[in-house]
Design a protein around this ligand. Structure first.
Ligand SMILES: [Zn+2]
Length: 321
């Protein structure tokens, strides 16, 4: 096992940020390619989760593949070898380091090993020691870098999806004062568990479009918001399409506690579309999760009702006995 030497070590935060910035410039010379940024975000998330610095390609590959299918252009799913390999040549390996047999590492940068070769030769990759050190010592810096990568490569409308998919937590938890004391990390599995509980469909409108096998435009919403104490548990989650997630967070509708019906606000006025518009969902029971144990907890629904929902509510028909 050999590690490729890095020529220009990263010494401080400034040179590190320049190195991330350099990736952006290099990519914008050619055509837009989200492969490297997605791998970087995944790697940043691993650092945040205290995973070992170096990871086997085979360990990273499944997650990277899923990210490329969901957020990359067509045909990018089978190209996970490219960012894994080519990040190692940016800044002569000062940012991303590769380890593996010399026969592989000593290839010219352009002779990208294919997926099978990376797997078979047990090639490992990860941030260089300097970068890993800077990121682990300074959680704020890690979030700053992740935010820059997100903003440089992806539209704001999908930032939350990407953050959730890679399992990053970009919220400050006061770790500058006391690392991890009372910190509430996001559970990277929250989205997946909630979407599965609702069988990959919006619980208001049933939206269930998929790209291949992956849901698109479907999100896991917190009923009690995470940043004000809502836990990452399925009974505090709803699977909602992007539109209904937005409307829910704006307090346009909520789910009432008793029969879990969708209730719209009197402030929501549905223009000219009448019954074809959003208000057709008013008074309808939400689509239930596959197991009643996953259903929204009353405590969280009550929190949403008093803290987010724009009261007063539209009148509900009396429930049938
Ligand atoms: Zn929906």
């Amino acid at each position: 096992m050999k590690a490729r030497a890095s020529a220009s070590p990263i010494r401080d935060e400034r040179t590190m940020l320049d190195a991330f910035e350099g990736i952006r410039r290099a990519q914008f010379n050619g055509r837009y390619a989200p492969h490297k940024p997605l791998l970087l975000l995944l790697a940043l998330s691993r650092v945040q989760r205290a995973a070992p610095r170096m990871a086997r390609f085979t360990e990273i590959e499944p997650e990277l593949r899923t990210l490329l299918i969901e957020f990359g252009p067509s045909h990018s799913a089978s190209k996970g070898n490219f960012p894994f390999w080519h990040l190692g040549t940016d800044h002569q390996g000062a940012l991303w380091q590769l380890e593996g047999p010399p026969a592989v590492l000593e290839r010219p940068a352009g002779a990208t090993p294919n997926l099978g070769e990376l797997r078979a030769h047990d090639v490992r990759g990860g941030f260089s020691r300097e970068v890993y050190g800077l990121l682990t010592r300074n959680p704020t810096l890690l979030r700053d870098v992740a935010g820059r990568v997100l903003r440089a490569f992806f539209p704001a409308s999908i930032h939350d999806d990407i953050i959730a998919a890679v399992g990053l937590d970009l919220e400050a938890h006061g770790e500058a004062a006391t690392p991890d004391a009372g910190a509430r990390r996001r559970d990277p599995g929250f989205r997946e568990k909630v979407l599965r509980a609702y069988e990959l469909r919006c619980c208001v409108c049933g939206f269930d479009l998929r790209i291949g096998s992956l849901p698109a435009g479907l999100e896991a919403a917190h009923i009690q918001w995470h940043h004000v104490g809502g836990p990452d548990v399925v009974p505090n989650g709803l699977a909602l399409c992007s539109l209904h997630h937005k409307l829910f967070d704006l307090g346009v509708f909520t789910i009432e506690e008793t029969e879990r019906r969708v209730v719209f606000s009197q402030h929501a006025i549905d223009g000219a579309r009448g019954l074809a518009g959003e208000l057709r969902h008013h008074g309808q029971p939400m689509l239930p999760p596959q197991d009643p144990a996953y259903a929204p907890d009353r405590r969280f629904l009550a929190w949403n009702w008093s803290n987010v929902f724009k009261r007063p509510e539209r009148r509900l028909a009396v429930a049938s006995p």
